[in-house]
Design a protein around this ligand. Sequence first.
Ligand code: FAS
Ligand code: PHB
Length: 402
Amino acid sequence: MKTKTQVAIIGSGPSGLLLGQLLNKAGIDNIIVERVSPDYILGRIRAGILEQGFVDLVREAGVNQRMDEEGHVHDGFDIAYYGKRYRIDLNKLTEGSTVMCYGQTEITRDLMAARDAAGLTSFYESQDVQLHNVASDSPQVTLFKDGETITIDCDYIAGCDGFHGISRQTIPAEKRTEHERVYPFGWLGLLADVPPVSDELIYCKTERGFALASMRSATRSRYYLQVPLTDKVENWSDEAFWDELKKRLPEDSASNLITGPSIEKSIAPLRSFVCEPMQWGNLYLVGDAAHIVPPTGAKGLNLAASDVSTLYKLLQKRYAHGDLTAPQRYSEIALRRVWHGERFSWWMSNMLHDFEQGEVNGMHKATFDRFMQSELDFYLTHEEGQKVIARQYVGMPYEEVN
Ligand code: FAS
Ligand code: PHB
Protein backbone atom coordinates (compact mmCIF):
# COMPACT_ATOMS: atom_id res chain seq x y z
CA MET A 1 0.00 0.00 0.00
CA LYS A 2 1.35 3.50 -0.83
CA THR A 3 0.15 6.74 0.77
CA LYS A 4 1.43 10.28 1.20
CA THR A 5 1.38 13.11 3.72
CA GLN A 6 3.19 16.37 4.38
CA VAL A 7 4.82 15.36 7.71
CA ALA A 8 5.44 11.74 8.75
CA ILE A 9 5.75 11.50 12.55
CA ILE A 10 7.64 8.52 14.02
CA GLY A 11 6.38 7.78 17.53
CA SER A 12 3.06 8.28 19.33
CA GLY A 13 4.41 9.47 22.68
CA PRO A 14 3.72 13.02 23.90
CA SER A 15 6.11 14.56 21.34
CA GLY A 16 4.54 12.89 18.32
CA LEU A 17 0.96 13.31 19.46
CA LEU A 18 1.34 17.00 20.44
CA LEU A 19 3.13 17.81 17.17
CA GLY A 20 0.46 15.96 15.17
CA GLN A 21 -2.33 17.84 16.94
CA LEU A 22 -0.73 21.27 16.39
CA LEU A 23 0.12 20.55 12.73
CA ASN A 24 -3.46 19.37 12.11
CA LYS A 25 -4.81 22.60 13.65
CA ALA A 26 -2.56 24.51 11.22
CA GLY A 27 -3.91 22.51 8.28
CA ILE A 28 -0.68 20.55 7.82
CA ASP A 29 -1.40 16.89 6.99
CA ASN A 30 0.44 14.31 9.08
CA ILE A 31 0.56 10.55 9.75
CA ILE A 32 1.89 8.93 12.96
CA VAL A 33 3.79 5.62 12.77
CA GLU A 34 4.13 3.85 16.15
CA ARG A 35 5.79 0.59 17.09
CA VAL A 36 3.53 -0.47 19.98
CA SER A 37 -0.15 -0.26 20.92
CA PRO A 38 -1.88 2.73 22.53
CA ASP A 39 -2.48 0.72 25.72
CA TYR A 40 1.23 -0.12 26.00
CA ILE A 41 2.09 3.59 25.76
CA LEU A 42 -0.52 4.49 28.38
CA GLY A 43 0.91 1.84 30.71
CA ARG A 44 4.28 3.64 30.94
CA ILE A 45 4.29 5.85 34.07
CA ARG A 46 6.57 8.84 33.54
CA ALA A 47 6.50 12.59 34.11
CA GLY A 48 4.22 14.58 36.37
CA ILE A 49 5.24 18.25 36.30
CA LEU A 50 4.36 20.55 33.36
CA GLU A 51 6.03 23.93 32.82
CA GLN A 52 3.84 26.91 31.94
CA GLY A 53 5.12 26.71 28.34
CA PHE A 54 3.85 23.16 28.03
CA VAL A 55 0.48 24.10 29.57
CA ASP A 56 0.14 27.00 27.09
CA LEU A 57 1.00 24.69 24.18
CA VAL A 58 -1.62 22.12 25.24
CA ARG A 59 -4.17 24.96 25.38
CA GLU A 60 -3.06 26.14 21.91
CA ALA A 61 -3.55 22.56 20.71
CA GLY A 62 -7.10 22.67 22.11
CA VAL A 63 -6.58 19.56 24.26
CA ASN A 64 -6.58 21.25 27.67
CA GLN A 65 -10.09 20.61 29.04
CA ARG A 66 -9.23 17.70 31.39
CA MET A 67 -5.82 19.20 32.26
CA ASP A 68 -7.49 22.44 33.37
CA GLU A 69 -10.18 20.52 35.29
CA GLU A 70 -8.00 17.87 36.96
CA GLY A 71 -4.48 19.34 36.94
CA HIS A 72 -3.18 21.14 40.02
CA VAL A 73 -1.22 24.40 39.82
CA HIS A 74 1.77 24.31 42.18
CA ASP A 75 3.13 27.64 43.49
CA GLY A 76 6.25 26.08 44.95
CA PHE A 77 8.08 22.96 46.09
CA ASP A 78 10.31 21.93 49.00
CA ILE A 79 13.92 20.87 49.11
CA ALA A 80 14.64 18.93 52.32
CA TYR A 81 18.42 19.09 52.82
CA TYR A 82 19.52 16.62 55.47
CA GLY A 83 16.10 17.02 57.14
CA LYS A 84 15.98 20.86 56.98
CA ARG A 85 13.17 22.00 54.66
CA TYR A 86 13.46 25.01 52.33
CA ARG A 87 10.42 26.06 50.31
CA ILE A 88 11.16 27.37 46.83
CA ASP A 89 8.31 29.85 46.33
CA LEU A 90 8.06 29.70 42.54
CA ASN A 91 5.25 32.24 42.29
CA LYS A 92 7.03 34.90 44.38
CA LEU A 93 10.57 34.27 43.12
CA THR A 94 9.58 34.35 39.42
CA GLU A 95 6.92 37.07 39.87
CA GLY A 96 3.99 34.87 38.94
CA SER A 97 5.20 31.70 37.17
CA THR A 98 4.05 28.33 38.43
CA VAL A 99 3.99 24.68 37.27
CA MET A 100 1.10 22.28 36.69
CA CYS A 101 0.95 18.81 38.26
CA TYR A 102 -0.79 16.57 35.67
CA GLY A 103 0.59 13.17 34.63
CA GLN A 104 2.20 12.51 31.25
CA THR A 105 -0.07 9.49 30.96
CA GLU A 106 -3.14 11.76 31.12
CA ILE A 107 -1.75 14.24 28.58
CA THR A 108 -1.01 11.30 26.27
CA ARG A 109 -4.54 9.93 26.78
CA ASP A 110 -6.08 13.33 25.98
CA LEU A 111 -3.94 13.72 22.84
CA MET A 112 -4.79 10.22 21.61
CA ALA A 113 -8.51 10.92 22.11
CA ALA A 114 -8.24 14.24 20.23
CA ARG A 115 -6.39 12.54 17.34
CA ASP A 116 -9.03 9.82 17.12
CA ALA A 117 -11.82 12.42 17.20
CA ALA A 118 -10.14 14.32 14.33
CA GLY A 119 -9.97 11.08 12.32
CA LEU A 120 -6.22 11.44 11.78
CA THR A 121 -4.16 8.47 10.55
CA SER A 122 -1.96 6.59 13.04
CA PHE A 123 -0.36 3.24 12.25
CA TYR A 124 0.04 1.52 15.66
CA GLU A 125 1.90 -1.77 16.17
CA SER A 126 3.98 -1.07 13.07
CA GLN A 127 6.89 -3.41 12.42
CA ASP A 128 10.22 -2.83 10.65
CA VAL A 129 9.77 0.94 10.45
CA GLN A 130 12.46 2.43 8.20
CA LEU A 131 13.29 5.96 7.04
CA HIS A 132 14.54 6.48 3.50
CA ASN A 133 16.12 9.35 1.50
CA VAL A 134 15.87 11.71 4.47
CA ALA A 135 18.50 14.02 2.93
CA SER A 136 16.52 14.26 -0.32
CA ASP A 137 13.42 16.34 -1.15
CA SER A 138 11.33 13.15 -1.23
CA PRO A 139 11.88 11.25 2.01
CA GLN A 140 9.88 8.08 2.63
CA VAL A 141 8.84 5.94 5.59
CA THR A 142 8.18 2.23 5.15
CA LEU A 143 6.57 -0.09 7.70
CA PHE A 144 5.09 -3.55 7.86
CA LYS A 145 1.58 -3.92 9.28
CA ASP A 146 -1.28 -6.39 8.95
CA GLY A 147 0.67 -8.52 6.46
CA GLU A 148 1.66 -5.76 4.03
CA THR A 149 4.36 -3.15 3.51
CA ILE A 150 3.11 0.44 3.67
CA THR A 151 5.13 3.21 1.98
CA ILE A 152 4.55 6.83 3.04
CA ASP A 153 5.81 9.62 0.76
CA CYS A 154 6.28 12.87 2.67
CA ASP A 155 7.97 16.28 2.69
CA TYR A 156 9.41 15.95 6.22
CA ILE A 157 9.94 13.29 8.90
CA ALA A 158 9.64 14.20 12.61
CA GLY A 159 11.60 11.65 14.65
CA CYS A 160 9.56 11.55 17.87
CA ASP A 161 10.56 7.97 18.63
CA GLY A 162 12.41 8.39 21.91
CA PHE A 163 15.91 7.45 23.03
CA HIS A 164 15.73 3.90 21.66
CA GLY A 165 14.09 4.85 18.36
CA ILE A 166 15.51 4.66 14.85
CA SER A 167 15.44 8.33 13.86
CA ARG A 168 18.65 9.42 15.56
CA GLN A 169 20.42 6.35 14.18
CA THR A 170 19.35 7.38 10.66
CA ILE A 171 21.67 10.38 10.89
CA PRO A 172 25.14 9.11 9.81
CA ALA A 173 27.40 8.66 12.86
CA GLU A 174 30.00 10.99 11.37
CA LYS A 175 27.36 13.73 11.16
CA ARG A 176 26.32 13.38 14.84
CA THR A 177 28.02 14.60 18.02
CA GLU A 178 26.62 12.82 21.08
CA HIS A 179 27.22 14.21 24.58
CA GLU A 180 26.50 11.72 27.40
CA ARG A 181 26.81 11.40 31.18
CA VAL A 182 25.45 8.21 32.77
CA TYR A 183 24.79 8.52 36.51
CA PRO A 184 25.92 5.77 38.93
CA PHE A 185 22.40 5.30 40.32
CA GLY A 186 18.75 4.97 39.24
CA TRP A 187 15.31 5.98 40.49
CA LEU A 188 12.95 3.36 41.89
CA GLY A 189 9.47 4.80 41.30
CA LEU A 190 6.23 3.71 42.97
CA LEU A 191 2.68 4.76 42.11
CA ALA A 192 -0.11 4.17 44.66
CA ASP A 193 -3.69 5.25 45.16
CA VAL A 194 -3.01 6.94 48.49
CA PRO A 195 -3.21 10.67 49.34
CA PRO A 196 0.11 12.48 48.83
CA VAL A 197 2.19 13.16 51.94
CA SER A 198 2.33 16.88 51.09
CA ASP A 199 0.42 19.37 48.88
CA GLU A 200 3.63 20.17 47.01
CA LEU A 201 6.65 18.15 45.90
CA ILE A 202 9.48 17.42 48.33
CA TYR A 203 12.98 16.72 46.93
CA CYS A 204 15.01 15.08 49.72
CA LYS A 205 18.79 14.87 50.06
CA THR A 206 19.73 12.52 52.93
CA GLU A 207 22.65 10.41 54.10
CA ARG A 208 20.67 7.39 52.81
CA GLY A 209 20.28 8.85 49.33
CA PHE A 210 17.77 10.91 47.37
CA ALA A 211 13.98 10.63 47.60
CA LEU A 212 11.15 12.53 45.90
CA ALA A 213 7.55 12.83 47.08
CA SER A 214 5.30 13.73 44.15
CA MET A 215 1.71 13.08 43.15
CA ARG A 216 -0.79 12.66 40.31
CA SER A 217 -3.92 13.88 42.17
CA ALA A 218 -5.29 14.31 45.71
CA THR A 219 -5.77 10.55 45.85
CA ARG A 220 -2.81 9.23 43.83
CA SER A 221 0.85 9.57 44.90
CA ARG A 222 4.14 9.09 43.07
CA TYR A 223 7.32 8.47 45.08
CA TYR A 224 10.95 7.84 44.06
CA LEU A 225 14.01 6.48 45.85
CA GLN A 226 17.60 6.67 44.62
CA VAL A 227 18.88 3.11 44.24
CA PRO A 228 22.20 1.65 43.01
CA LEU A 229 22.37 0.91 39.27
CA THR A 230 22.73 -2.77 40.15
CA ASP A 231 19.43 -2.83 42.06
CA LYS A 232 16.40 -4.74 40.77
CA VAL A 233 12.73 -3.83 41.26
CA GLU A 234 12.03 -7.39 42.45
CA ASN A 235 14.33 -6.68 45.43
CA TRP A 236 11.77 -4.15 46.67
CA SER A 237 8.53 -5.24 48.32
CA ASP A 238 6.01 -2.45 48.85
CA GLU A 239 6.76 -2.66 52.57
CA ALA A 240 10.51 -2.26 52.00
CA PHE A 241 9.83 0.75 49.77
CA TRP A 242 7.59 2.48 52.32
CA ASP A 243 10.05 1.76 55.18
CA GLU A 244 12.98 3.30 53.24
CA LEU A 245 10.89 6.27 52.10
CA LYS A 246 9.96 7.04 55.72
CA LYS A 247 13.69 7.11 56.57
CA ARG A 248 14.40 9.64 53.81
CA LEU A 249 11.39 11.97 54.18
CA PRO A 250 11.63 14.88 56.66
CA GLU A 251 10.35 13.70 60.04
CA ASP A 252 7.08 15.68 59.99
CA SER A 253 6.21 14.20 56.58
CA ALA A 254 7.30 10.67 57.44
CA SER A 255 4.88 10.65 60.37
CA ASN A 256 2.02 11.67 58.01
CA LEU A 257 2.85 9.16 55.25
CA ILE A 258 -0.14 7.07 54.13
CA THR A 259 0.98 3.83 52.53
CA GLY A 260 -0.85 1.31 50.35
CA PRO A 261 -0.37 -1.27 47.61
CA SER A 262 1.67 -0.15 44.60
CA ILE A 263 -0.10 -0.02 41.23
CA GLU A 264 3.22 0.47 39.42
CA LYS A 265 6.82 0.04 40.49
CA SER A 266 9.88 0.37 38.23
CA ILE A 267 13.51 1.47 38.13
CA ALA A 268 14.59 4.15 35.61
CA PRO A 269 18.27 4.72 34.81
CA LEU A 270 19.50 8.33 34.85
CA ARG A 271 21.49 9.92 32.07
CA SER A 272 22.23 13.30 30.49
CA PHE A 273 22.37 13.03 26.70
CA VAL A 274 22.26 15.42 23.75
CA CYS A 275 22.61 14.67 20.04
CA GLU A 276 23.84 17.56 17.91
CA PRO A 277 22.55 18.55 15.44
CA MET A 278 18.86 17.72 16.01
CA GLN A 279 18.18 17.54 12.28
CA TRP A 280 19.66 16.12 9.08
CA GLY A 281 18.17 16.81 5.66
CA ASN A 282 14.38 16.67 6.11
CA LEU A 283 14.56 14.61 9.32
CA TYR A 284 13.99 16.44 12.62
CA LEU A 285 14.68 14.85 16.03
CA VAL A 286 12.14 15.82 18.71
CA GLY A 287 12.10 15.11 22.47
CA ASP A 288 13.82 12.01 23.83
CA ALA A 289 14.96 11.06 20.31
CA ALA A 290 17.41 13.97 20.60
CA HIS A 291 18.04 14.43 24.32
CA ILE A 292 17.61 12.85 27.75
CA VAL A 293 17.83 14.46 31.18
CA PRO A 294 17.85 12.94 34.67
CA PRO A 295 14.27 13.54 35.97
CA THR A 296 15.59 15.53 38.97
CA GLY A 297 14.73 18.83 37.30
CA ALA A 298 11.36 17.67 35.84
CA LYS A 299 12.62 18.70 32.38
CA GLY A 300 12.37 15.62 30.11
CA LEU A 301 8.80 15.99 28.97
CA ASN A 302 9.03 19.78 29.12
CA LEU A 303 12.01 19.94 26.75
CA ALA A 304 10.09 17.69 24.35
CA ALA A 305 7.30 20.30 24.41
CA SER A 306 9.60 23.20 23.52
CA ASP A 307 11.06 21.15 20.65
CA VAL A 308 7.51 20.53 19.40
CA SER A 309 6.66 24.23 19.66
CA THR A 310 9.75 25.26 17.66
CA LEU A 311 9.29 22.67 14.89
CA TYR A 312 5.55 23.40 14.63
CA LYS A 313 6.14 27.14 14.18
CA LEU A 314 8.87 26.62 11.58
CA LEU A 315 6.72 24.17 9.60
CA GLN A 316 3.88 26.69 9.75
CA LYS A 317 6.18 29.32 8.21
CA ARG A 318 7.16 26.82 5.53
CA TYR A 319 3.61 25.82 4.56
CA ALA A 320 1.66 29.02 5.28
CA HIS A 321 4.23 31.52 4.01
CA GLY A 322 6.26 29.40 1.59
CA ASP A 323 9.47 29.97 3.58
CA LEU A 324 11.34 26.82 2.52
CA THR A 325 14.39 27.77 4.59
CA ALA A 326 12.49 28.06 7.91
CA PRO A 327 12.81 24.41 9.01
CA GLN A 328 16.60 24.62 8.60
CA ARG A 329 16.70 26.78 11.77
CA TYR A 330 15.11 24.12 14.00
CA SER A 331 18.20 22.51 15.54
CA GLU A 332 19.97 25.79 16.37
CA ILE A 333 16.87 27.22 18.10
CA ALA A 334 15.86 24.00 19.90
CA LEU A 335 19.35 23.28 21.24
CA ARG A 336 19.64 26.64 23.02
CA ARG A 337 16.76 25.71 25.36
CA VAL A 338 17.75 22.03 25.52
CA TRP A 339 21.18 22.88 26.97
CA HIS A 340 19.56 25.11 29.63
CA GLY A 341 17.40 22.15 30.68
CA GLU A 342 20.37 19.76 30.55
CA ARG A 343 22.51 21.94 32.80
CA PHE A 344 19.77 22.50 35.38
CA SER A 345 18.91 18.78 35.48
CA TRP A 346 22.62 17.90 35.85
CA TRP A 347 23.04 20.49 38.61
CA MET A 348 19.94 19.35 40.56
CA SER A 349 21.13 15.73 40.24
CA ASN A 350 24.60 16.58 41.55
CA MET A 351 23.11 18.64 44.39
CA LEU A 352 20.57 16.12 45.59
CA HIS A 353 22.00 12.65 45.07
CA ASP A 354 24.49 10.80 47.20
CA PHE A 355 27.26 9.57 44.91
CA GLU A 356 29.03 6.30 45.51
CA GLN A 357 32.62 6.35 46.76
CA GLY A 358 35.49 7.22 44.43
CA GLU A 359 35.84 9.90 41.74
CA VAL A 360 32.92 12.26 41.06
CA ASN A 361 33.21 14.85 38.29
CA GLY A 362 36.98 14.49 38.36
CA MET A 363 37.48 14.89 42.10
CA HIS A 364 37.44 12.66 45.20
CA LYS A 365 33.90 12.06 46.49
CA ALA A 366 34.57 13.70 49.88
CA THR A 367 35.82 16.87 48.17
CA PHE A 368 32.91 16.80 45.70
CA ASP A 369 30.43 16.42 48.57
CA ARG A 370 31.89 19.37 50.46
CA PHE A 371 31.74 21.59 47.35
CA MET A 372 28.16 20.53 46.66
CA GLN A 373 27.14 20.99 50.28
CA SER A 374 28.43 24.57 50.37
CA GLU A 375 26.96 25.34 46.91
CA LEU A 376 23.45 24.10 47.77
CA ASP A 377 23.70 25.76 51.20
CA PHE A 378 24.28 29.10 49.41
CA TYR A 379 21.46 28.57 46.92
CA LEU A 380 18.97 27.55 49.61
CA THR A 381 19.82 30.26 52.14
CA HIS A 382 20.02 33.28 49.77
CA GLU A 383 17.08 34.70 47.81
CA GLU A 384 19.32 35.19 44.78
CA GLY A 385 20.12 31.50 44.84
CA GLN A 386 16.50 30.46 45.28
CA LYS A 387 15.58 32.72 42.32
CA VAL A 388 18.03 30.82 40.07
CA ILE A 389 16.46 27.50 41.07
CA ALA A 390 12.90 28.86 40.67
CA ARG A 391 13.54 30.44 37.24
CA GLN A 392 14.96 27.19 35.86
CA TYR A 393 12.31 24.99 37.47
CA VAL A 394 9.34 26.90 35.94
CA GLY A 395 11.23 26.76 32.64
CA MET A 396 13.10 29.29 30.53
CA PRO A 397 10.83 31.16 28.08
CA TYR A 398 10.29 29.59 24.66
CA GLU A 399 12.39 31.39 22.02
CA GLU A 400 10.40 33.51 19.57
CA VAL A 401 10.38 32.05 16.03
CA ASN A 402 10.20 35.13 13.81
P1 FAS B 1 8.72 8.71 24.29
O1 FAS B 1 9.85 7.76 24.57
O2 FAS B 1 7.71 9.01 25.34
O3 FAS B 1 7.88 8.17 23.04
C1 FAS B 1 8.54 7.64 21.91
C2 FAS B 1 7.57 6.72 21.19
O4 FAS B 1 8.20 6.25 19.99
C3 FAS B 1 7.20 5.50 22.01
O5 FAS B 1 5.81 5.34 22.06
C4 FAS B 1 7.89 4.35 21.28
O6 FAS B 1 7.15 3.14 21.32
C5 FAS B 1 7.93 4.87 19.85
N1 FAS B 1 9.00 4.25 19.04
C6 FAS B 1 10.24 3.91 19.43
N2 FAS B 1 10.91 3.35 18.39
C7 FAS B 1 10.05 3.34 17.32
C8 FAS B 1 10.16 2.90 15.98
N3 FAS B 1 11.28 2.34 15.51
N4 FAS B 1 9.08 3.05 15.17
C9 FAS B 1 7.94 3.62 15.63
N5 FAS B 1 7.78 4.07 16.90
C10 FAS B 1 8.83 3.92 17.73
N6 FAS B 1 10.39 13.22 32.41
C11 FAS B 1 10.02 14.09 33.39
O7 FAS B 1 9.91 15.30 33.11
N7 FAS B 1 9.77 13.63 34.67
C12 FAS B 1 9.84 12.30 34.99
O8 FAS B 1 9.60 11.92 36.13
C13 FAS B 1 10.20 11.37 34.01
N8 FAS B 1 10.27 10.02 34.29
C14 FAS B 1 10.65 9.14 33.30
C15 FAS B 1 10.74 7.74 33.54
C16 FAS B 1 11.15 6.85 32.54
C17 FAS B 1 11.26 5.37 32.81
C18 FAS B 1 11.49 7.34 31.27
C19 FAS B 1 11.98 6.43 30.17
C20 FAS B 1 11.40 8.71 31.01
C21 FAS B 1 10.97 9.62 32.02
N9 FAS B 1 10.84 10.99 31.78
C22 FAS B 1 10.47 11.87 32.73
C23 FAS B 1 11.11 11.51 30.49
C24 FAS B 1 9.89 11.24 29.65
O9 FAS B 1 8.76 11.79 30.25
C25 FAS B 1 10.18 11.77 28.27
O10 FAS B 1 10.75 13.07 28.33
C26 FAS B 1 8.96 11.80 27.40
O11 FAS B 1 8.40 10.50 27.38
C27 FAS B 1 9.42 12.25 26.02
O12 FAS B 1 8.41 12.00 25.15
P2 FAS B 1 8.74 11.52 23.65
O13 FAS B 1 9.82 12.38 23.10
O14 FAS B 1 7.42 11.46 22.97
O15 FAS B 1 9.40 10.05 23.78
C1 PHB C 1 6.86 12.88 38.92
O1 PHB C 1 5.84 13.28 39.51
O2 PHB C 1 6.90 11.80 38.28
C2 PHB C 1 8.10 13.75 38.95
C3 PHB C 1 8.00 15.05 39.40
C4 PHB C 1 9.14 15.86 39.43
C5 PHB C 1 10.35 15.33 39.03
C6 PHB C 1 10.44 14.02 38.56
C7 PHB C 1 9.31 13.22 38.53
O3 PHB C 1 11.47 16.11 39.07
